[in-house]
Write a protein that binds this ligand. Sequence first.
Ligand code: 13P
Length: 259
Amino acid sequence: MRRPILAANWKMNLGRADEALEFVRRIRFPLSEIEGADRVVCPPFTVLAAVAEGLAPTPIAVGAQNMHFEDKGAHTGEISAAMLAGLCRYVILGHSERRAAGGALETDAAIQRKVKTALARDLTPIVCVGENLAQMEAGETHAWVSGQITSAFEGLSAVQVARCVIAYEPIWAIGTGRAATPVDANRVIALSIRASLAEGFGEEVAQAVRVQYGGSVTVDNIADFMAMPDIDGALVGGASLKPDYVDLVRRAVEAAGSH
Ligand code: 13P
């Protein structure tokens, strides 16, 4: 039985301490009371410490939205796993909004290095994968997503892979209001993500890893995703910035418990 995990990706929002803390104060008590799922909030770096402090007395964990694969050095503007360790427990890696911006720090090879570095520092990576619209329409989703999975986890042990979280986020569904259907998302997660993990690391690991869906998740559609057997949670963007995010998490837990 995989424990559900709901993560809020604030992206480049609520990055000032006053606005971030005001929001945290609104959600932290009701969100704390929803048991039966891991709850993670991923704010911008500018407020990571403040949000971590605001959530410290609660079971809600904090995550970063990115990190560099080196521990330290001449990397102006970058943040390392060594800096994040002790400050937060999770780190989102390879988000498509970063991959799309391109550059040497978001290649498959770079993301593979980031996953290794994060694990070495006891951070839990939330590794994002997903196809774009043209790939989906060309029927290339399986090849693309399984390739991203194989690359991200190459060189890791089965035990290390089992510690990771994966977010399947079809790019065409992010911020568009056009979520994947739960059945389609479940199919990609089962046949492209878990099957690739099974091939590389064994069936036990493939069944142990938690896989989230992300892309236009709302309070109205979350239950349908959580009812799917291979979907263990969600990585939520826009809907995580609203106070009714608490209701979204509550519905997710209720729906997860029903299958
Ligand atoms: P939206 O929920 O705003 O579509 O964003 C999804 C996402 O990219 C989460 O990482």
